[in-house]
Write a protein that binds this ligand. Sequence first.
Ligand code: FAD
Ligand code: NAD
Length: 464
Amino acid sequence: MAEFDFDVLVIGSGPGGYVAAIRAAQLGLRTACVESREALGGTCLNVGCIPSKALLHASELFEEAHNGTLAKFGVKTEGVSLDLSSMLAQKDEAVKGLTGGIAFLFKKNKVEWLKGHGRFTGANTVDVDGKSVTAKNIVIATGSSVTPLPGVEIDQKVVVDSTGALSLPKVPEHMVVIGGGVIGLELGSVWRRLGAKVTVVEFLDQILPGFDGEVRKETAKLFKKQGFDIKTSTKVTGVAVKGAKATVTIEPAAGGAAETIEADAVLVSIGRRPNTEGLGLEAIGLQTNNRGQIEIGHDFQTAVKGVYAIGDVVPGPMLAHKAEDEGVAVAEFIAGMTGIVNHDVIPSVVYTHPEIAGVGLTEEQAREKGAVKTGKFPMMANSRAKAISDTEGFVKVVADAETDRVLGVWMVSSVAGTMIAQAAQAMEFGATSEDIAYTCHAHPTHSEAFKEAAMAVQGKPIHM
Ligand code: FAD
Ligand code: NAD
């Protein structure tokens, strides 16, 4: 009889966990995955990336039909109205299809789904709802959940987190979004497009922390033009709910006179924190760092031999594709191969309109490290964007002043989320801005703006 029930036991079936489990099984390891949710796929598939993108797409279609954008192209629509329950049902269908797809992939690859909550009782033993399971290697992929705001109670009716904001039964008149980060702007966009007035309260002096400075400035202008009321350098000090209404009290972040805002929906989106509570880390002597994350080495192994961790529960950006790549790499390490994730080249995308994307260093970060050259090209001068009246935004390339190696790329454009893949690939191959400038790009495409921005680094853009 084998010494352990499994070679690999993964706790959590989000993009990190399910990918790790499938890759481990592909490599011939006996693998199981513990998941306490009703459906596989974690935050991303159930209440994150997928449902939010379904609603962003649907709400954009509605807005284009409703606000005259389609009419401008000669597509006349009359009596456009919103059927919110159909819109929400389509989103639920998308989620069901994709989470069911993971169950299919588990069966296909012979990954066993152990339904229930996993808790360590030893370095090789996990209790799953009362049943003890042993494994030679255990991967913690328990993800993250919403960071609560002290004094603000989430009731998922009037005061919601991102999960509640994906299923509001009616369009709010006034939604106050606490936190001008990715979730606030994406889900704020959904409800604004469907008719809500949206006020964003951001503690810092700018929205979108972590993004390039010029991108933050430009997108704040664009969101304001769309009708967002953005209050930066402002903090929420309390939310009082009475019936279906909330009174949100705000103050300047630096202190000062308080004001109140009346709202019928409040979205708390001030970040996410790693899921380690109830995991039994104390049973294996594993401690979290001061941000609640599990520290790992280059091989994703924690301080406890044979126990690995990946995804939102470890340091680094909380992104699905980063978790997925770590899932592949950890399985390969466990199988005796050299799994690799280049954490310097993880793209990041905000799926608003226009989309906002970046990879590598911001201009500010790059300048801190040494001399840089930058090249910028406005979408206004891109022929495809002009042809379809889609001219908001720009592409910026940041390169090392001496070697010309590309250090970062930042984009604001309706298709930035798709275009950024090319930038990531170029950086992964160590491209210089000249390499990109001399790569033939199809015409007319938005991607030509990337080539022109690279040419601008050399001081030689053609169309500007
Ligand atoms: P998770 O996806 O959080 O999965 C962890 C799983 O582990 C969960 O299913 C949980 O139930 C389970 N679990 C936890 N503890 C236990 C336990 N003890 N026993 C059993 N099961 C357990 N990222 C992007 O890259 N692109 C996007 O467009 C995007 N959109 C998002 C939109 C929203 C609204 C949100 C909230 C997040 C979004 N993200 C997006 C972030 C993305 O969802 C996460 O980075 C990603 O899901 C992290 O994957 P993970 O595998 O680490 O954890
Ligand atoms: P975030 O870190 O992107 O933004 C949180 C914002 O809230 C920040 O701007 C922060 O300054 C602000 N804030 C913090 N405390 C505050 C307070 N008390 N009052 C007012 N503002 C406050 O976090 P998020 O938007 O909650 O998203 C969580 C995670 O989910 C992110 O790490 C993100 O990577 C991931 N996510 C990614 C995508 C995507 O890739 N498209 C989409 C959604 C979520």
